[in-house]
Design a binder for this molecule. Structure first.
Ligand SMILES: [Zn+2]
Ligand SMILES: [Zn+2]
Length: 468
């Protein structure tokens, strides 16, 4: 048995693991690389395996860095099933089509620019590719074992990260007996709103664990909410500016809306004027509201209050480009939430172009900003940034609130590892920048019996018990 780390090795994005056992070969996740300058090159590179020889694909969740290359995989010859939870499959329908739309637009724009040179840039994949991939999706429920192959059994458990997210328990039949591998997927931070906490797993032979925040502790939620209230009241009401919030359309946006309602319910915020400027985030918010069964207790309670008193907060969804552009003429009092979460594309970039130059505005960062992204440059305190080829002075205040992460912090990851009754034979640390992965590895290695490895991209390793 062998596992090859095709992505999310030494970095956060591009999750894709190839698992090979007797007579079986499958992928866990097939995500896009994002953020870095060379992401596009990596996304366009040929797969290091033959897509038609893969038996099945199983996805931990719908985030594009875990699912975004599935359409490419299917276009390049993969005909088999793509397994996920029901909510993930519904999210994929929104996200893969949105992703295809972005690729088509990007390619069209690039082709207009290079008209003279005659070289035509093909989109990474098209809407037709995404639609074909969606037909290959197969839904499996949480907590029930299914058999995608004679030699493989899989169970998906709630990872508490985004709607539909799963930890995978995988049992592989081998020549020397069964081996179990657990993929943590992306782990949610316990105690976060809307979703339940990550499910604990008691046993495995091998573990692949994420490490996005493996070197950090999140600020506690309640001081983060205090900060949130203060920023909104101070910037929106007193200084008469707008608050511009880049947010992932999936997860963070719904959480922010949850907090805005919750703080209104508590009387700490009043009469807010919130604009959700993202058709995708709107679709996902509507989808989330339909999955009441996946809510935690507090979210169920708030949803009931919201149905009766929702009018105390004005939430406007802007669909069309014209509606989105009209937001730029609002000079004060607006909270504008838009994607993408790391400011790499989408409507948020336009709002930043118009809003960064005004000192009474605030850019409120509430999520992870990968190296090389516009969001990261803002967090790092850049005085000017380049947007659409133009240098823009950053006069707006940039504030970061750390307590809202959708990822478990170091302590939460270690607490989750406590759920294992005995240490796995080996723990592979992925989905983190090198400092984060190394810091987490050190913490884990301090535990008696635990052994870690930080795989490099493309590295393969045999899953056999180490002979003493
Ligand atoms: Zn994720
Ligand atoms: Zn991820």
């Amino acid at each position: 048995m062998k596992i090859t780390f095709m992505g999310a090795a030494g970095e956060v994005t591009g999750s894709c693991y190839l698992v090979e056992g007797p007579d079986v070969r499958f992928l866990v996740d097939c995500g896009m690389f994002q953020g870095d300058r060379d992401s596009d090159v990596k996304n366009r590179a040929a797969f290091a395996f033959e897509p038609e020889k893969i038996d099945f694909v199983v996805l931990t969740h719908a985030h594009i860095d875990h699912s975004g290359l599935v359409p490419k995989l299917c276009r390049e010859g993969y005909e088999g099933p793509v397994y996920s939870t029901g909510a993930t499959a519904q999210l994929l329908e929104i996200m893969l089509r949105d992703s295809a739309h972005i690729h088509q637009n990007d390619a069209a724009r690039a082709n207009r620019k290079r008209k003279k040179s005659n070289a035509v840039l093909e989109p990474l994949y098209t809407m037709a590719d995404a639609d074909k991939a969606l037909l290959q999706c197969q839904v499996r429920p949480y907590d029930e074992i299914f058999k995608p192959h004679d030699n493989v059994r899989i169970r998906m458990r709630d990872a508490g990260h985004i709607l539909g997210s799963a930890i995978l328990e995988i049992w592989l039949k081998g020549d020397k007996g069964d081996k179990k591998i657990v993929f943590s997927g992306d782990l949610g931070q316990p105690g976060r709103p809307i979703l339940r906490d990550p499910c604990l797993i008691d046993k495995t032979d091998y573990l692949v664990v994420e490490s996005t925040y493996g070197d950090r502790q999140h600020k506690a939620l309640s001081p983060s909410l205090d900060e949130f209230v203060e920023i909104i009241n101070d910037r929106v009401l007193k200084r008469r500016g707008n608050v511009i919030v880049p947010a992932f359309a999936v997860g963070r946006t719904q959480e922010l809306i949850y907090y805005l309602y919750h703080l209104t319910y508590e009387g700490r915020l009043n009469n807010l004027n919130v604009f959700l400027d993202s058709p995708m985030a709107q679709s996902v918010t509507e989808l989330t509201n339909r999955h009441f069964e996946l809510f935690d207790k507090e979210a169920k309670k708030l949803a009931t209050w919201q149905a009766r008193n929702g009018g105390e907060l004005t939430l406007t969804f802007t669909r069309t480009v014209e509606e989105s552009m009209a937001l730029n003429s609002i000079r004060s009092g607006a909270i504008i939430i838009a994607a993408s979460g790391m400011c790499t594309a989408g409507r948020i970039v336009h709002h930043l172009r118009h809003g960064l130059g005004r000192p009474n505005n605030t850019v409120l960062i509430t999520g992870y900003q990968a190296r090389g992204t516009l969001g990261r440059r803002l967090v790092d305190g850049a005085k000017t940034v380049r947007i659409f080829g133009r240098e823009i002075a950053v006069k707006a205040q940039v504030s970061t609130i750390g307590g809202f992460s959708a990822h478990a912090d170091q302590k939460a990851i270690l607490d989750w590892l406590d759920g294992f009754e005995t240490p796995p034979l080996k723990t592979f640390i992925t989905h983190g920048e090198p400092e984060a992965a190394t810091a987490l590895a050190q913490k884990i290695n301090d535990r008696p019996g635990w052994q870690t490895m930080i795989p490099a991209i493309g590295q393969s390793t045999l899953l056999e018990p180490v002979m003493a």
